[in-house]
Design a protein around this ligand. Structure first.
Ligand code: NDP
Ligand SMILES: N[C@@H](CC=O)C(=O)O
Ligand code: NA
Length: 432
């Protein structure tokens, strides 16, 4: 092959990074691939927009067909985002026997198995390393590096925007809105950041990770999700006081044949390795029965880190081309999906509630917990400004989700309980 021609869908934060890496690392790519790589055409929405990279205006198009139907284009790199329209483009490209590299978790979490099937039917590669944890080569590690093991737990900070926000709120006392704006300006957030802050972006990534890690098709609807928008300054302060750090954590856990996958704000013991992962950085802890504990750390968002994963996938496609093995690497899930019941999911919980400052209230509350066999690791009662009200903050020992939810229902019904202010999952034991 004289030159590898790329069709790039999208020239925003990630697309510009891809162009820069292909230009700046041309020597290295030549060495690995054996021929030069050229970005031939680029799909954008607005032809007149100022671009972060120099690109010949004639390469730009607003018509996807100019790229998908160009017989000289070997590989499509999709970094435009979106789901339905993008799915159509990629299906058409695969049917035209073009390999695809994508950073699109929204698409892969929903249509991944369909696209992978069509790719393999057409002898094409479909790689999506950048879709989970940006620049960290986590998918490759699960599929190749840990291929011989049985993975039972994955736990991760997989959204850079929310980690950036929580870090700045906890460490600098910054206001939520202000830090979200900063994350958008730095190119970490999605075009609609609701999916970041409501946990959906992380849920998509956990669906992709658990499908690969557990070899079981986990759908987005199987992932329980709670985002960071309800976290208050008081929760962060209490967390600190009790020796915990608040993070948006995705957990995927397999016990026997059953799994549970969730994303929620979690108070991590300060000594927990994920508690030290700050700013836009991501980390994924993976436990395999044979290997034990492993941890993958790196930048989870941003132009060049994400583009590194995209271009590395491109190198993977080229190596497969040279070996004549494209379209052979995707493995269909081995196990049928079995999800745990709430009675089978165990965790510790932090609960903050406002109660009437009266004799016997504390005892009534502890009775409800003991009826469900749930005991406390920590418990504090503090006065608050509002007259006649006390605040109770507690951390439970391990309880089933079913028991904990039943306890919350009973507490809400208790006359002496004015309001359940907040509740979070807790991981690890703090030293405080
Ligand atoms: N930003 C990040 O850190 C990461 C992003 N991703 C994923 O990468 C993808 C791209 O993200 P990002 O670069 O941040 O997004 P941007 O919004 O910065 O860029 C999107 C690009 O796609 C073009 N585009 C969007 N919709 C259309 C359309 N309908 N037709 C033609 N062109 C279109 C835009 O054109 P125009 O410029 O003319 O508006 C723009 O160039 C997303 O799937 C995202 O989830 C994954 C990991 C990290
Ligand atoms: N918006 C995402 C970008 C990378 O996937 C994030 O913040 O992690
Ligand atoms: Na990655």
């Amino acid at each position: 092959m004289e030159v590898i021609s790329i069709g790039l869908l999208g020239l925003g934060t990630v697309g510009s990074g891809v162009v820069k890496i292909i230009e700046n690392h041309q020597d290295k790519l030549m060495h690995q691939i054996g021929c030069p790589v050229e970005v031939k055409r680029v799909l954008v929405k607005d032809l007149n927009k100022e671009r972060a990279v120099d690109i010949h205006p004639e390469k730009l198009t607003v018509n996807a067909e100019d790229i998908i139907n160009d017989s000289e284009i070997d590989v499509i790199i999709e970094v435009m985002g979106g789901v339905e329209e993008t799915r159509k483009h990629l299906l058409a490209a695969l049917k035209n026997r073009k390999h695809v590299v994508t950073a699109n978790k929204d698409l892969m979490a929903v249509y991944g198995s369909e696209l992978l099937t069509v790719a393999s039917e057409n002898g094409c590669d479909l790689f999506y390393e950048a879709s989970v944890a940006g620049g960290i080569p986590i998918l490759r590690s699960l599929v190749d590096g840990l291929a011989s093991d049985r993975i039972t737990k994955m736990m991760g900070i997989v959204n850079g925007t929310t980690n950036f926000i929580l870090t700045k709120m906890s460490k600098q006392g910054s206001a939520y809105e202000e830090v979200l704006k900063e994350a958008q300006e730095l190119g970490y957030a999605e075009s609609d950041p609701t999916s970041d802050v409501e946990g959906l972006d992380a849920a998509r990534k956990m669906a992709i990770l658990s499908t690969l890690g557990f070899s079981m098709k986990i759908d987005l609807d199987d992932v329980k999700v709670k985002g960071i928008t309800q976290i208050t300054e008081e929760d962060l302060q209490y967390g600190k006081q009790l020796g915990y750090t608040m993070k948006l954590i995705g957990i995927a856990h397999r016990e026997g044949e059953k799994v549970d996958v969730s994303v929620q704000p979690t108070l991590l013991a300060d000594s927990h390795p994920l508690a030290a992962v700050n700013d836009e950085y991501n980390a994924v802890y993976v436990y395999g029965e044979a290997v034990g504990e492993t941890m993958f750390y790196g930048p989870g968002a941003g132009s060049l880190p994400t583009a590194t994963a995209v271009v590395s996938d491109l190198v993977g496609v080229m190596k497969n081309m040279r070996l004549g093995v494209n379209g052979k690497s995707a493995v269909t899930p081995q196990y049928p999906k079995k999800l745990k019941e709430p009675s089978e999911i165990n965790s510790k919980y932090f609960l903050r509630l406002h109660v009437k400052d009266e004799v016997g209230v504390f005892a009534n509350i502890t009775t409800i917990f003991s009826e469900h066999g749930v005991s406390f690791e920590k418990i504090l009662q503090l006065p608050v400004k509002e007259k006649g009200t006390a605040e109770i903050v507690l951390v439970t020992h391990h309880a089933s989700l079913q028991d904990y939810e039943d306890i919350l229902v009973k507490l809400r019904d208790l006359h002496a309980v004015k309001e359940l202010k907040s509740s979070y999952r807790v991981e690890g034991s703090s030293r405080v």
